[in-house]
Design a protein around this ligand. Structure first.
Ligand code: PLP
Length: 361
């Protein structure tokens, strides 16, 4: 087998045992004589998969009973619109944290629906740091507070969560869902596109608290309303069956390998290896991000020149590590080390970084 270490930011690497299981059952899913891709979303077989994906997510993230877990379409990007459409009512204010490229997109859509106020603006620091969780001046009458738990492009990650009192805290967790435990009681709504940490592209996880759901608008076009999907267990219309099946397999796999303890341990180990290689390089590699908020998922760094960056990325590709080029807006290098990246992949990259610095430093 010639599988590479895939450091792409998304879609991204999947656990090999999951890919193999999908392959094994792809043409003829056990017991139904057809592929799961061909079967009804109202069938008993699919129903079990759907509910088991939901119960695995609830179990792993220790989601209390007063939350609904939904699977929707449209990516995290549709949530940039659905969240304000559903949550903005008489209260029009939205407290938004501007922490990087994804927060910016969430803000742009929120502006079209409500009246966002920027309660933290990271632009002055080039989005390389985050505020202390409870240092922001929040509006007790806002419809909600929005954070991006991990900025996929800039490489900053919230380590603590703001206490928002009675105002629902909403978080875009597209790039770090299921990599760490969450104090769910602090959140009103969490959303995440699946294609970084959970499954292939095509499904978005939305977790919503009952009281927030109850306060949502009920007069939206059907697909856009959380009140359409939640009572129907995300089966109002045809859900993205295949990616949801992949979520079931990925979460089964996570449970098998040791649950959230193991996910947290692996994330820390991967990140320690790569940041360690930077810190040990005598300044050859420079991480622009404030050490207090360095992401464990998207690790960004620069080399002394753009020429060396090109050489580094080309040599790494030769060595079986792909996707290390930084986002086009920021340049440099980026290693996306999501849940399914084996620790071995991060160790391999760290060793490669040390060797490259020794040769080119
Ligand atoms: C990738 C990403 C998105 C966009 O997700 P889509 O599913 O492509 O819409 C939004 N927010 C964050 C933090 C992301 O990493």
């Amino acid at each position: 087998m010639n599988r590479v270490f895939n450091f792409f930011a998304g879609p991204s690497t999947m656990p090999l045992p999951v890919l193999e299981k999908i392959q094994k059952d792809f043409v003829e899913y056990p017991g139904i004589g057809m592929s799961l891709m061909e079967t009804s979303h109202r069938s008993k077989t699919y129903d079990e998969i759907h509910n088991s994906a939901i119960s695995n997510i609830k179990e792993l993230l220790e989601i209390p009973d007063n939350f609904h877990v939904m699977f929707l379409g449209g990516g995290a990007t549709l949530q940039f619109t659905m969240v304000p459409m559903n949550l903005v009512g008489e209260k029009k204010g939205i407290d938004m944290t501007l922490t990087g490229a994804w927060a910016k997109k969430a803000l742009a859509d929120a502006r079209k629906v409500g009246e966002p106020r920027i309660v933290y603006d990271g632009a002055g620091d080039n989005f390389t740091t985050l505020p202390e969780a409870n240092s922001m001046d929040l509006d007790p009458n806002a419809a909600y507070v929005h954070v991006t738990s991990n900025e996929t492009i800039g490489g900053v990650q919230w380590k603590e969560w703001p206490d928002t009192g009675n105002v629902p805290l909403v978080a875009d967790m597209s790039s770090d869902i299921l990599s760490r435990r969450l104090p769910m009681e602090k959140f009103g709504l969490v959303y995440a596109g699946a294609q970084k940490n959970l499954a292939p592209a095509g499904v978005t996880l939305v977790i919503i608290r009952d009281d927030v759901l109850a306060s949502c608008r009920g007069d939206l076009p059907a697909y856009l309303g959380y009140k359409t999907h939640a009572p129907k267990n995300s089966l109002y219309n045809t859900p993205p069956v295949f990616p949801i099946y992949a979520i079931k397999l990925v979460t089964d796999h996570v449970k098998e390998i040791g649950g959230m303890d193991e996910m947290e341990r692996r994330a820390q180990q991967r990140a320690d290896a790569i940041y360690g290689a930077m810190d040990d390089s005598n300044g050859f590699y420079r991480c622009p991000v404030d050490p207090k908020v360095r992401s464990l998922m998207n690790i960004v760094w620069r080399l002394p020149t753009e020429e060396l960056e090109k050489k580094f990325i080309a040599a790494a590709t030769e060595d079986g590590m792909v996707g290390l080029k930084g986002h086009r807006d920021v340049g440099g290098c980026r290693a996306s080390v999501y849940n399914a990246m084996p620790v071995e992949g991060a160790l391999h990259l760290a060793q490669f970084m040390a060797d490259f610095a020794a040769k080119n430093g």
